[in-house]
Write a protein that binds this ligand. Structure first.
Ligand code: PLP
Length: 362
């Protein structure tokens, strides 16, 4: 088997996204021969000792890296964070109760929609009035809601909570696009969930980190497949888990631990974000699309002040080996996703292109 040892592509894809090179190499090896067993990771039983060890390690790393309280449980399910939008109200909204949401983007809007299918849902804060370009502040979370749901990082619009609100009711957070990018106080959340493919691993699994004490109180009968308490009690093995996605997530979390954990990741992510945002702010040709204080460290959104220059700019970054910075169709312009595995060298390449383009067109 021949494998290129280096890649010249600077991958800014919003998700699925860049993962560490060494993770790809270990994953490729495990497909052919898992830990010297002569079997592929793809053909062993999820009930086998070696896979049980993978699951246990992945669960332990989630808790260790985020500093979760001992009693919290971790499960890896299929269905994407989008299924989480529906599982959240099913598992946390009481029959006849109500939920509260902050609507800060397209994913949050979808989460609200799914909650409305289950019961009364109040949107207590929204930034929809300005195309989700900021994080709402200074609102009151109703103390009679069963939970308050927020989206820590708005992948499409490029905003991110710098501080989470104090809440009189359990907090539930979709952290799909910034989990493991910075430290969080897990005990402040009844549930954190995240699709793997933005910062944790490949597509195919969603991690749920939760306090089991908070479950089983809705009075609602649930299918065991939709019941988080059941998945927790069965240690994420109620049915066949997404074996390969869990394995590659485990490898990525091992890499994260080895490189200093979430505190060091935050420092690297802050340096990358500063490098890019400083360039956007310095060059009149470029303009950030979000409130400065709410800028995401993960997804930097920007436009060109003269859209007719876009084709020239596009040709230049493509030539430099940059991939995946076209913005989402609902925002336009550009989105540079700088997840944990993107090296600062890749950001420097983009910054150099922006500067050269500004010199030629300024
Ligand atoms: C991508 C994304 C989702 C959707 O994840 P799927 O795994 O595709 O269902 C949900 N929330 C946020 C914040 C996302 O970035």
């Amino acid at each position: 088997m021949t494998v290129a040892t280096t890649t010249k592509v600077h991958n800014y894809s919003a998700g699925p996204c860049i993962l560490p090179r060494e993770v790809f190499e270990k994953a490729a090896e495990a497909v052919l021969d898992f830990e010297g067993s002569g079997l592929s990771i793809l053909e062993i039983s999820h009930r086998s000792k070696p896979f049980e060890a993978v699951m246990a390690k992945a669960q332990a790393l989630v808790k260790e890296l985020l500093g979760a309280p001992d009693n919290y449980q971790v499960v890896f399910l299929g269905g994407g964070a989008s299924l989480g939008f529906h599982m959240v109200p099913l598992n946390y909204m009481k029959l006849g109760g109500k939920s509260a949401y902050a609507n800060t983007g397209e994913w949050a809007t979808r989460a609200v929609k799914e909650s409305k299918l289950v019961g009364e849902t109040i949107v207590v804060a929204s930034s929809e009035d300005k195309n989700f370009s900021y994080i709402p502040k200074g609102y009151t979370i109703p103390s009679d809601a069963d939970y308050f749901h927020l989206t820590s990082n708005n992948t499409i619009f490029g905003t991110q909570y710098k501080h989470f609100p104090q809440s009189p009711v359990p907090l539930i957070c979709d952290m799909s696009s910034d989990i493991f990018s910075r430290p969080v106080k897990v005990k402040d959340f009844a549930l954190i969930y995240a699709g793997a493919q933005k910062n944790m691993g490949p597509a195919g699994t969603t991690v749920y980190l939760f306090d089991p004490e908070r479950l089983g109180q809705t009075g609602r009968k649930l299918s065991p497949m939709l019941d988080l308490k059941n998945h927790g009690a069965k240690e994420s093995m109620y049915n066949t888990p997404p074996v390969f996605a869990v394995y590659v997530s485990m490898l990525t979390l091992e890499w994260l631990k080895k490189t200093g954990g979430v505190a060091e990741a935050e420092k690297r992510n802050a340096a990358k974000a500063k490098l890019l945002y400083d360039t956007i702010d310095r060059l009149p040709l470029f303009k950030g699309t979000t409130a400065v204080e709410d800028r995401s460290m993960m997804n930097a959104t920007f436009v060109m002040s003269d859209a007719s220059l876009e084709p020239g700019f596009d040709a230049m970054w493509k030539e430099a080996g940059i991939s995946g910075i076209r913005g989402h169709r609902s925002v336009g312009g550009y989105r540079a996703s700088m997840y944990n595995a993107l090296p600062i060298e890749s950001v420097q390449v983009l910054v150099d292109v922006m500067e050269e383009f500004a010199r030629k067109n300024g």
